[in-house]
Design a binder for this molecule. Structure first.
Ligand code: FAD
Length: 522
């Protein structure tokens, strides 16, 4: 990238990078807006799936392997096959549930095939195959960027038209010395017309890291005019992490060296290439294939729109009608010798400043809410950021004057540094709102103790709460924690209820059917 600040200006590298970008952005504001009009919503989306919807979804079981799910969807309409390719968690990470995401792709309304986070590469690959065999295209103009002045303002704020909510706070919840960076984030939704309830999630359109955008423009040898034209778009509107096949194909066309072309063929076939991480990001490709020259405009044309991220809301509107609170775990890791940052979590936790607008929308939950009967007991298992919705539930129960008992299982690494919202929770205990607070700090003792171990230690009491009509909630990590907690729940029911494993499974199934077992896992 061509720097706009003189080399002699007295700034650190980070400050220089930020300021260069800032000035480039300012210079490019007008041109950028003009460029964005070419990205107006397309009205000629392919009507790929005109067949009638089928109503039963026998593959809608997260425990079923992909092959079995696809076999069950055989002979069904395209959108059903696409739904079977999803992870079946209805987690909302894509901004839809499995059924509505597949319908949106099949109708051509949604272009991004990589939004199913728990399904990962397997789902994206299967979707691509289905698109190919159905002989339709999901190419086309990108939709107008949500929150952009060019997006149609319907007056109602939603996923397509997010509200620019001023940031109120992004405070670190972990004490000094913690290995973690978990933030309490709050935004102002006054005058937005947005309403929410405990259990809903907030969708956030993040902005990319300025330094990464600058690095990419620099590797593309962007001219001053190109920087001015595209920098804002790269920051706000586009996914600059995940390479698309279109980017790989563009690089292949522009590669001069046959060895590079062959390597890209391997990448397109999802094979490993020595010297690249297993799942290379765009920056890795640009660094690795530094001899391949790409036009900035062509490069931009291969990128997908920025996807929103969801966060379980940590406040109740009954306590904070004009604010939404979140509990955000900042994602940072190293890969192939380079520090990587989760786009949205570092944006919310570290990059956005107080009073700056954050583009948000409400993603209503599908039944994940405190019991409608306020007399019913509530058991909540929420380690780490999994505590997020339960802070909202407790505020809700307090505001309602609910008499039902509340039990929270919380866990994290160290009690001294990672006991999120400790003061609030202990106050709830003192006030009698929280009948029981059971903690598991995994790295404080010789043996690692997790929330599921604590559940097993309290098996008899937990069983009594369930028998009393208790609702059981889990929030947080889907990969391990939610499975371990689910196993512990089955074990407790079988042992304490003196049931066979099969009867315990039926008992849990019935709890789910009655809305008494709810999970918000991601
Ligand atoms: C319904 C729902 C509710 C949620 N609620 C919350 C919440 O309350 N709080 C919260 O913090 N999050 C929550 N999430 C998760 C959140 O939406 C984001 O997925 C999360 O913050 C990461 O987003 P990001 O943009 O920072 O990271 P991204 O830019 O999306 O990067 C994440 C990706 O980085 C990669 N990655 C991460 N760590 C590593 C590693 N060590 N090595 C290699 N690769 C790695 C993985 O591919 C991962 O998918 C929720 C998700 C859902 C679906």
């Amino acid at each position: 990238m061509v720097p706009l600040l003189p080399e002699t200006a007295p700034f650190s590298e980070d400050q220089r990078s930020w300021l260069n970008g800032f000035f480039a952005g300012l210079l490019g504001a007008d041109i950028g807006a003009a460029a964005a009009t070419s990205m107006a919503p397309t009205t000629d989306a392919p009507a790929a799936d005109v067949e009638e919807d089928d109503e039963d979804h026998p593959w809608h079981d997260a425990a079923m392997p992909m092959d079995e799910r696809m076999a069950l969807a055989e002979g069904r309409p395209l959108k059903s096959k696409m739904m079977a390719a999803m992870a079946q968690l209805d987690c909302g990470a894509c901004g839809y549930v499995c059924q509505s995401y597949s319908s949106a792709i099949a109708s051509g309304e949604e272009k991004n095939l990589t939004l199913c986070q728990p399904g990962g590469k397997d789902t994206a690959k299967k979707l691509k195959e289905l698109i190919k065999t159905a002989d339709i295209t999901v190419e086309g103009k990108l939709p107008a960027t949500p929150g952009d002045e060019n997006a149609v303002n319907t007056g109602v704020f939603d996923r397509k038209n997010p509200f620019p909510a001023p940031l109120l706070a992004a405070t670190r919840l972990n004490a000094a010395g913690s290995a973690k960076d978990t933030r309490y984030v709050s935004v102002d939704i006054m005058h937005s017309g947005l309403s929410y309830k405990a259990g809903d999630a907030l969708g956030v359109y993040p902005e990319n890291c300025f330094a990464l955008v600058n690095d990419i423009l620099s590797l593309l040898h962007a001219s001053g005019g190109e920087i001015a034209m595209y920098r804002n778009q790269l920051i706000r509107e586009l996914d600059i992490i995940k390479p698309t096949d279109e980017l790989l194909e563009l690089m292949q066309v522009n590669a001069v060296d046959q060895a590079d072309k062959d390597k890209i063929t391997r990448l397109l076939e999802e094979e490993a290439v020595e010297g690249l991480p297993a799942e290379p990001q765009i920056i890795d490709l640009l660094l690795f294939f530094e001899n391949i020259k790409l036009k900035v405009k062509d490069f931009i044309g291969t990128l997908l729109p920025m996807s929103p991220r969801l966060y379980s809301i940590s406040s109740s509107p009954k306590a904070y009608p004009d604010e939404v609170h979140l509990t955000v775990g900042v994602v940072e890791y190293e890969m192939a010798g380079r520090k990587r940052k989760g786009v949205a979590s570092t944006y919310l936790g570290q990059r956005v400043h107080q009073h700056q607008p954050v583009r948000v929308f409400i993603q209503p939950s599908h039944g994940f809410a405190p019991p409608s009967d306020t007399n019913k007991p509530m058991i909540m298992v929420g380690p780490g950021t999994g505590i997020a919705p339960f802070r909202a539930f407790l505020q809700d129960r307090k505001a309602d004057g609910a008499v039902g008992k509340n039990w929270l299982f919380f866990g994290d690494q160290h009690e001294a540094t990672d006991f999120l919202y400790r003061d609030e929770l202990e106050q709830y205990v003192a006030d009698g709102i929280l009948s029981k607070l059971t903690t598991a700090f995994s790295r404080d003792g010789d043996e690692k103790v997790y929330v599921q171990h604590r559940m097993l230690q309290h098996a008899a009491e937990l069983w009594a709460w369930l028998n009393d009509g208790g609702h059981f909630y889990v929030c947080g990590d889907a990969k391990r924690m939610a499975k371990d907690v689910d196993n512990a729940l089955h074990q407790i029911i079988a042992q304490q209820g003196q049931m066979s494993d099969e009867d315990a499974r039926a008992y849990v199934k019935q709890m789910s059917a009655n809305g008494r077992y709810q999970r918000d896992v991601y």
